[in-house]
Design a protein around this ligand. Sequence first.
Ligand SMILES: [Zn+2]
Length: 172
Amino acid sequence: MQKYKLIKSMRKTLTLQVKWWELIVKAPFFTTKKTIEGFIYKHSLWIEEKLEIHKNKKKLSDEDIKNLRKEAKKYIPDRVKFIANKYWLKYNKVRITSAKTRWWSCSSRKNLNFTYRLILTPIEVIDYVIVHELAHLKEMNHSKKFWLEVEKMMSDYKVHRKWLKKEWMNID
Ligand SMILES: [Zn+2]
């Protein structure tokens, strides 16, 4: 059975949503487990297809790319703002790029660039990349001091850094 996150509420219908790597089921309060799992089973092809995009197993179509860019533009700049505000960090602009090899970068002018492809990674990994870039606002290198800045914002960053290295590319 596909793992899922269940949100029960006053709604009248059952719906499925694939967000990043997670399947979310929204259901009315009194829905039984059997009904929910039957519903998931019925839609397993659709779910599989959605999850495949996010696992980067499928070649992205133009339509996929358009949607991912849209998702990235909606999510990443707001998330950067949220984290930066929390740590009193000032940056200039956030740009969503299509870079294939260079996933993200931080310029000396304090502009932060992120590729839309990031939206394909788990949500904690996106946070790690944002934190990494924000830490570069203080330290423009990968020194010990830099990693301490990262750690201050995300104590378990190593797990996500490892994930990126393993699943994507060897980037820093
Ligand atoms: Zn870096």
